[in-house]
Design a binder for this molecule. Structure first.
Ligand code: MN
Ligand code: MN
Length: 472
């Protein structure tokens, strides 16, 4: 329709009303093609990096390929130099020193690389009725029933009694065995099916079947347990005593795969939050000669509250800013006050199957681009970084000016539940922070779904943020 043919009301509506756009209305075919390509290596990253340690290793590999070098606290740095810093192998900081003074602020982005899973308990191995099992303690928010009868892989690291470390990964190769938690057959589930879903699975029963053969010796008890330990000893040199100094977990033994005949949706374990971590890292590495110092964080422990030295509540970020400030002759208080941050994490995509828990006017939707989430939290906006109008305005304008498709999001209806991100732990250091990220279907399920276009818009959002030369 030409401009002359539009009625006064149509023109007025275009001027005044904000209409949401899908990626098919808001993005060129060229950008949509680029999005599909971008998600091919993303899927490989997902398959290689299922735990925070694996994500750090993969992040370092990608960064080294692009000329990044390890950073040591206290060393000198120069504009244009590219570094990474591994915090205990469980969180990763990657940065490029900008061409202008550090006191003009750092462009920080942060995403987490831990995902909900089943950690092994300290004494995990036991035998019962001819089976050997591993006892688990779930990590992060899970719906327990989703972890029954799915293929599970064992990942992790063990510190042996001699002090040596050994990495374990069983269940990812086609030829590997898998681990498995049983469920009750429907024929005998009358009583169980009458229970509330949240009570149907006792967390102490999330025990994985790992061996069914006895050790061939009449003189020993717990023969199946001994057979399991014996096989683990042959392969990894482990004893039961080593397992009390281990970080082992069971994760879904599934690979990232396209969903739907059109192949624009991608399913994987742990999109939350590698679906933001991967684009964020690429956007840092793809930003040539940044004006501001740009800085990306792979954070650990977000799913359990960001505690500990590798979580975002630790002093590692202000310490690193202090170190860089010292090296570049800047005042770290000034640096933090002028820095900006994108807290990159997923949001709950509207799901028509569960429409009643969403405010449809404020929910995020699959295929509408990157989500800007002003606040998270629960109830009366408790436990949230509620970004200022000035800062969300700056981000919205940056996205509009760069032709990046975005939407806003709120995590469900006001009292339906709630959740948080690392945003408040960063903004507490006097750094303007806002949440951005990818809308996810079935968040925290063993197999989550995202739109490849939304992933790419998140990448373009992080790239525009890193490339922006605005003074503050
Ligand atoms: Mn998350
Ligand atoms: Mn999460």
């Amino acid at each position: 329709m030409s401009e002359e043919e539009k009625t006064a009301g149509q023109k007025r509506a275009e001027e005044l009303c904000l209409k949401p756009k899908t990626v098919y209305e808001g993005l060129s075919e060229e950008i949509r093609e680029a999005a599909l390509k971008f998600c091919v290596p993303y899927a490989e990253f997902l398959n290689r990096a299922k735990t925070e340690r694996e994500a750090v290793k993969e992040g370092i590999r990608l960064a080294e390929d692009r000329g990044f070098r390890p950073y040591r606290m206290g060393q000198s740095v120069q504009p244009g130099e590219k570094y990474y810093y591994s915090n205990r192998g469980k969180s990763l900081h990657v940065f490029v020193i900008g061409s202008e003074p550090l006191e003009n602020g750092i462009r920080i982005s942060a995403a987490h690389i831990d995902s909900p899973r089943l950690d092994l308990k300290q004494h995990p191995v036991y035998e019962e009725s001819g089976f050997c099992y591993l006892k688990t303690h779930y990590y992060g928010g899970i719906r327990k029933y989703q972890w029954l009868t799915i293929p599970l892989a064992l990942h992790g690291t063990v510190c042996r009694r001699d002090g040596s470390m050994v990495d374990i990964c069983i269940g990812e190769e086609e030829s590997d065995p898998l681990f498995y938690i049983t469920d009750l057959l429907p024929h005998l589930a009358r009583e169980l099916d009458a229970k509330a879903m949240g009570k149907a699975v006792d967390p102490e029963n999330l025990n994985a079947l790992v061996c069914a053969t006895p050790f061939d010796d009449e003189k020993v008890s717990d023969k199946v347990k001994l057979q399991f330990l014996s096989l683990m000893n042959e392969k990894y040199g482990l004893t039961e005593a080593d397992l009390i100094s281990a970080e082992l977990c069971l994760v879904p033994a599934v690979k990232a795969r396209d969903i739907g005949i059109d192949r624009t949706l991608l399913a994987s374990y742990g999109h939350d939050d590698r679906v933001c971590a991967y684009p964020m890292l690429q956007a840092l590495m793809d930003c040539e000669n940044p004006v501001h110092t740009i800085y990306a964080i792979f954070a650990d422990k977000e799913e359990t509250g960001s505690d500990g030295p590798t979580g975002m509540k630790s002093d590692i970020l202000p310490d690193m800013i202090e170190e860089l400030s010292r090296a570049l002759g800047a005042d770290s208080c000034v640096v933090r006050s002028r820095s900006k941050c994108l807290s990159a994490d997923v949001n709950a995509a509207f799901d028509p199957a569960f429409a009643s828990v969403y405010d449809t006017k404020n929910a995020s939707y699959v295929n509408r681009g990157v989500v800007v989430t002003k606040f998270t939290g629960h109830g009366g906006k408790y436990s949230t970084n509620d970004a200022s109008a000035e800062y969300v305005g700056y981000i919205h304008n940056l996205l509009w000016n760069n032709g990046i498709l975005f939407q806003t999001g709120e995590l469900g209806k006001i009292e339906a539940g709630g959740g948080g991100t690392v945003a408040m732990h960063i903004s507490g250091h006097n750094i303007d922070t806002v949440d951005i990220g990818v809308p996810v279907l079935s968040m925290h399920a063993p197999y989550e779904v995202v739109s490849k276009f939304d992933v790419y818009e998140t990448y373009r959002c992080c790239l525009a943020f890193n490339s922006d030369a605005a003074e503050q």
